[in-house]
Design a protein around this ligand. Structure first.
Ligand code: NI
Length: 264
């Protein structure tokens, strides 16, 4: 796809995380999520926003869109909860951005795994203006292959301020300390690509609003969801998942909700 002009995204200053990192890592361990400071500056944010909009506008990028509520078979409409998996395959320049570099540093701190040992997966998610659909409660690990034990973290970086009104993430604190709960395909529709926890009732919920370019980070076992977007602006987010090395799980629990070959 055609890119916005480059703007020197390489070699920007690293954000100093030394003073806060111990306390934020402790919050992450205790609660299973934490709000992180900004991952990049305004110019990078604008650059990511241009790339994001190209993916979601009419044109070749549209072929990359999948809908977690829909069947994920390249439906012509964007659907309710559209996303682009691995946008870096089409736009590898994204991998050189300050946001991915800083996200990797934070992931290393939060997981206590060397940055170079972390495998990276990017994802762009859009909740359009006045979209009433909720992103259902789920654990990211429900998508993982149960034969492997992998520690991993998701950093969710909105490109504009994320609020309760436009669908910031919300969490069940401490839910990362249990196992992976039963999941099913969204709304019980086996053709839907996305997964949701069988139980959508949560006893206590913490909303995590974050400003543009900041991130909310969660353990892949933390139960999370997002509300509708009740504003007149789209809510755009760049999601960074970092996974540590896999170890064979000695006692794998079946995840029957996964389609053949879906576990990753
Ligand atoms: Ni998720």
């Amino acid at each position: 796809m055609e890119l916005p002009s480059a703007h020197g995204q390489k070699g920007g200053p690293e954000i100093d995380i030394s003073t806060e990192k111990a306390s934020l890592a402790a919050q992450f361990s205790q609660n299973g999520f934490v709000r992180l400071p900004r991952l990049c500056d305004e110019s990078e944010l604008a650059w990511v926003g241009e790339i994001f909009d190209k993916f979601f506008s009419e044109g070749p990028g549209r072929a990359s869109i999948r809908d977690i509520v829909g069947a994920g078979d390249g439906a012509p409409e964007m659907g309710k909860l559209p996303q682009v998996l691995l946008p870096e395959r089409e736009v590898p320049e994204l991998l050189d951005g300050e946001f991915v570099r800083n996200a990797r540093s934070w992931a290393s701190v939060l997981l206590d795994i060397p940055a170079d040992d972390l495998e990276y997966f990017g994802n762009l998610v859009l909740k359009q203006a006045h979209e009433e659909s909720v992103t259902p409660w789920h654990q990211d690990e429900a998508y993982f292959d149960p034969k492997w034990r992998r520690r991993a973290v998701t950093l969710w970086m909105p490109l504009g301020d994320a609020t309760e009104d436009n669908g910031c993430l919300r969490y069940v604190a401490g839910s990362h300390l249990g196992g992976v709960v039963p999941h099913r395909h969204v709304e019980g529709n086996d053709d839907a690509e996305g997964l949701e926890a069988e139980s959508q009732e949560q006893p206590s919920v913490v909303s995590c609003p974050v400003l543009a370019g900041e991130a909310s980070a969660h353990d892949v076992r933390t139960l999370h969801s997002a509300g509708p977007n009740r504003t007149a602006q789209p809510r755009r987010a760049y999601v960074h998942l970092f996974a540590g090395p896999g170890e064979i799980e000695p006692n794998p629990q079946p995840r029957p909700w996964q389609k053949d070959g879906q576990g990753r």
